[in-house]
Design a protein around this ligand. Structure first.
Ligand code: KIV
Ligand code: ZN
Length: 388
């Protein structure tokens, strides 16, 4: 059976950068963009060109330096935004205008102060106009997941006819749960005329901690593009995290049968560290895939298991994402086996008496410190056990 590709649309430089405090200089954005190219993302959303001169310049520079991915620029559904995006994207090998307008009752009434018919007309006009300004057009009905379904289907059908070939379904406020998102995507596939001419895309926010689960539910229902960011950075609680999407698909081929991404997984760890450094957003130690503890083991039972066969407590290898190996942390939960094993790795073959003495001393240090480092062990053995 042929493999179907789920395209990765990285929006670290647009939605990710919209996180309060995450802004990057043009130089920093370029560094991230080059790393995204090494990761082999399919599309980079490089910014929102009309929003500031720096945003415009960043998109322009990225287009002139990168040759691999399609470069997208965001634009509201009006000609001024689309003109700015088109100008910024001029040098891209392949350009995409991503135009959007809100379609939920609350957004249309209070934010846009427009009737659904006016919104639909603006969407169609924007797509028709954008079609003349870039290689391809993506359309997003903002707040799609709180939009009335008949109107969602109607506007999607109209923008396909106007020339949009990528239909993004944003859960703008992170409100949906996986089975509902799956059913919206299936509903679109079943009810929108001409849908087979377009790719359905997911765009999930993490307000309820469900962004990755929702995106994957979308994929299982037929979405073939996922919008996401490195480390899940983004507005409020963030966007779905690219590393989680990619590794879930890769680790569970039984669930994601015949589905793959184009991502160069060995670049994931480096990308994560780079984005953290460029934005100043620390990565939580327990962050899935890229947190410092994602491949760390301390408890004696776990360390013993991993040393015997890593599959006991690891569902993927750290090498897959570009790390050199798992991290065995020595601490109060390590147990004697883990301690003796680390002594061996450090070149100490201790006698039973030496182990007894050293382990006792190790435990008293481990009770005071969160982690016992190799230097501590060397000091215990040289200074207190062997009196070197
Ligand atoms: O979350 C959202 O609705 C967006 C759109 C601009 C796609 O980021
Ligand atoms: Zn968003």
């Amino acid at each position: 059976m042929a493999i179907e590709t789920v395209k990765i649309f990285d929006t670290t430089l647009r939605d990710g950068e919209q996180a309060p405090g995450a802004s990057m200089s043009i130089q920093e954005k370029l560094e991230v963009a080059h790393q995204l190219e090494r990761l082999k993302v399919d599309v980079i959303e490089a910014g929102f060109p009309v929003s500031s001169p720096a945003q415009f310049d960043a998109v322009k520079r990225i287009c002139s330096e990168l040759t691999g991915p399609t470069i997208a620029g965001l634009a509201r559904a009006n000609s001024k935004d689309i003109d700015a995006a088109s100008e910024a994207l001029k040098d891209a090998n392949r350009s995409r205008i991503h135009t959007f307008i809100a379609t939920s009752p609350v957004h249309m009434e209070y934010k846009l102060r427009k009737k659904p018919a006016e919104v639909l007309e603006m969407a169609v006009k924007a797509v028709e106009y954008a079609k003349k300004c870039a290689d391809e057009v993506e359309f997003s009905p903002e707040d799609a997941c709180r939009t009335e379904l008949p109107f969602l289907f109607e506007i999607l059908e109209a923008v396909i006819e106007a020339g949009a070939t990528i239909l993004n379904i944003p859960d703008t406020v992170g409100y949906i749960v996986p089975h509902e998102y799956a059913s919206i995507i299936s509903g679109i596939r079943e009810n929108v005329k001409g849908i087979d001419k377009a790719v359905i895309s997911t765009h999930c926010h993490n307000d309820l901690g469900l962004a990755t689960a929702n995106s994957l539910a979308g994929v299982l229902s037929g979405a073939r593009q996922v919008e996401c960011t490195i480390n899940g950075i983004g507005e409020r609680a963030g966007n779905s995290a690219m590393e989680e999407i990619v590794m879930a698909i890769n680790t569970r081929p039984d669930c994601f049968e015949n589905i793959a991404t184009n991502i160069e997984k060995r670049e994931i760890s480096r990308a994560s560290r780079l984005v953290s450094n460029m934005t100043g957003f620390a990565i939580a130690p327990n962050k899935a895939i890229v947190g410092a503890n994602a491949f760390a083991h301390e408890s004696g039972i776990h360390v013993d298991g991993v040393l015997k066969n890593r599959e006991t407590y690891e569902i993927m290898t750290p090498e897959t994402i570009g790390l050199s190996g798992s991290r065995m942390v020595l601490g109060r939960h390590s147990g004697r086996h883990g301690f003796v094993d680390r002594c061996g790795q450090l070149g100490y073959n201790l006698s039973e008496d030496e182990i007894l003495m050293a382990y006792e001393r190790f435990l008293s240090i481990a009770d005071k410190k969160k982690e016992v480092f190799d230097e501590d062990i060397v000091a215990i053995i040289n200074d207190e056990v062997r009196h070197v």
